[in-house]
Design a protein around this ligand. Structure first.
Ligand code: IPM
Ligand code: MG
Length: 355
């Protein structure tokens, strides 16, 4: 079977880390006798430079015609002064919406080999942690009505958050099912003491909890959750939350793993076609220098094999190879603490060697 994979290399370190993941996928194809067909499409600043828009129509069409899509990163100082709807980031929101990817899975776990990188006190992370954040991705305030107007105090701007029952039900269902396959604990995070959207969210999550008696379901206010993540991260198994809260909390969760360069993500909808990308950004300061950590993108490719293609063994082979490389002490600069560091290419070679 041939799997058609769209590549959105994007900006900054995007091209290097996507190329690393492609090399790992090619090694998997050889080893397990699969065929991956890669087609690149422009997105972000690269698309702005080439055709004047951050998300060309051709890119959307290409992604929709692919079996799955791998993305590097978008954005950089060169495009930072463009108006909101022309910014590279807008392309990311646009492609998620066009592909109807309402679920964002963001795992954050502490690698035993990288325990020393965790900024939390040793006794707090003595037992490690392994959290799966399920972030709603195509609704809420990032997609609500917005604008600028003359207000009571003159010039003002506004953004609005709304969530429908359908949007909450479908993301909650993913979260409950995910919890069922893990440690059966779901924490739903909201701001129900203030927001109507959160009150509806909480009500629907409670209704659905009755259908999942095997899953322990708790509510937590988002401000408390931000605190609990650094106080006792091991209390979390699966977290489900809105687009904006998930954006913020997943960055916090990645930071306590000590290594944002390690964390993959999967964006999914109702089909097996997904969009897989590292959680980190385009790191323009080290772009093209063979310094970037390719692991988050390589692990994103592993998530693609699992969630889009159901290639369980192949996915586990990649995850295992990354573990072995880390356990053997190999590091890229971001996790080397000034010690010996491998370049992007060399780290990729090591992972391929250990497959
Ligand atoms: C992320 C990013 C994006 C988001 C931005 C760049 C639009 O922060 O993937 O978390 O908020 O979704
Ligand atoms: Mg973010």
């Amino acid at each position: 079977m041939t799997y058609k994979i769209g590549l959105l290399r994007g900006d900054g370190i995007g091209p290097e880390i996507v190329d690393s993941a492609v090399r790992v996928l090619e090694a998997i194809a050889t080893k397990y006798n699969h065929k991956f067909e890669f087609t690149p499409y422009l997105i972000g600043g690269a698309a702005l430079d080439a055709c004047g828009v951050p998300l060309p129509e051709e890119t959307v069409k290409g992604c929709l015609a692919s079996d799955s899509v791998l993305l590097g990163a978008v954005g950089g100082p060169k495009w930072d002064t463009l108006p909101g709807n022309m910014r590279p980031e807008k392309a990311l929101l646009g492609i998620r919406a066009a592909m109807e990817l309402f679920t964002n899975l963001r795992p954050a776990k502490l690698y035993p080999a990288l325990k020393g990188d965790c900024p939390l006190r040793e006794d707090i992370v003595a037992n490690g942690f392994d959290i799966m954040i399920v972030r709603e991705l195509t609704g809420g305030i990032y997609f609500g009505e917005r604008g600028t107007r003359e207000g009571k105090y003159g010039e003002e701007a506004y953004d609005t958050e709304s969530y429908s029952r359908m949007e909450i039900e479908r993301i909650a269902k993913v979260a409950f099912e995910t919890a069922r396959k893990r440690n059966k604990k779901l924490t739903s995070i909201d701001k129900a003491n203030v927001l109507d959207t959160s009150r509806l969210w909480r009500k629907i999550v409670h209704e659905m909890a009755a259908e999942y008696p095997d899953v322990e379901c708790l509510d937590m206010l988002v401000d408390n959750a931000a605190m609990q993540l650094v106080r006792n991260p091991a209390q979390f198994d699966v977290i489900v939350t809105s687009n904006m809260f998930g954006d913020i909390l997943s960055d916090e969760a990645s930071q306590i793993t000590g290594s944002i360069g390690m964390l993959p993500s999967a964006s999914l909808g109702n089909t097996t076609r997904g969009l897989y990308e590292p959680i980190h950004g385009s790191a323009p300061d080290i772009a093209g220098m063979n310094k970037a950590n390719p692991i988050a993108t390589i692990l994103s490719a592993a998530m693609m094999l699992l969630y889009s293609f159901n290639l369980v063994e192949e996915s586990e082979a990649i995850v295992g190879a990354v573990d072995r490389v880390l356990n053997a002490g190999y590091r890229t600069a971001d996790i080397a603490h000034g010690g010996e560091a491998l370049g992007t290419k060399e780290m990729t070679d090591k992972i391929i060697e250990m497959l």
